[in-house]
Design a protein around this ligand. Structure first.
Ligand code: THU
Length: 144
């Protein structure tokens, strides 16, 4: 599937629905994410916070983990929806987790604030020169 074939409206709708399930008593900043998988399915995530703040997990990583748990390991695209005045990109930790299951993918950022312009960026732009598993000495054919 090429970039233009991605149904961003479907991904944004799925991410917006997932955002309504976010558990955010501390930040009150709900986030929804929707991944288009290698098989063409949509898998979603929302952020889930914890009284022990370091245990909070972002919507994007919940979506990646749900994708893996459902038997898929390829991300074709992701949409992220927040209620910020302008669309917000994934945090650094999420960028690295996305890079585990994607090379360069389009990342679509949208806001629920009326009149906000969505924008599309890419994983390569947000995380250039990513550290990858095939750089590990333990990887077959990798550095020793
Ligand atoms: N958060 C996400 O879920 N995704 C992002 O891309 C940025 C931040 C969450 C983490 C926390 O629950 C809240 O937003 C405030 O940082």
């Amino acid at each position: 599937m090429n970039r233009s074939a991605i149904d961003w409206d479907a991904l944004v709708d799925a991410a917006t629905d997932a955002r309504s399930n976010a558990y955010v008593p501390y930040s009150t900043f709900p986030v929804g994410a929707a991944i288009l998988t290698g098989s063409g399915r949509i898998v979603v995530g929302c952020n889930v916070e914890n009284a022990s703040f370091g245990l909070c997990i972002c919507a994007e990583r919940v979506a990646v983990d749900t994708m893996v748990a459902s038997g898929e390991r390829e991300i074709r695209a992701i949409a992220v929806v927040t209620g910020a005045p302008s669309p917000t990109p994934p945090c650094g930790m999420c960028r690295q987790v996305l890079a585990e299951f994607a090379q360069d993918i389009p990342i679509h950022l949208a806001s629920t604030v009326p009149g906000t312009m969505a924008r599309t960026t890419s994983l390569a732009k947000l995380l250039p020169d990513a550290f990858r598993g095939d750089m590990l000495p333990s990887h077959e054919g990798g550095a020793s």
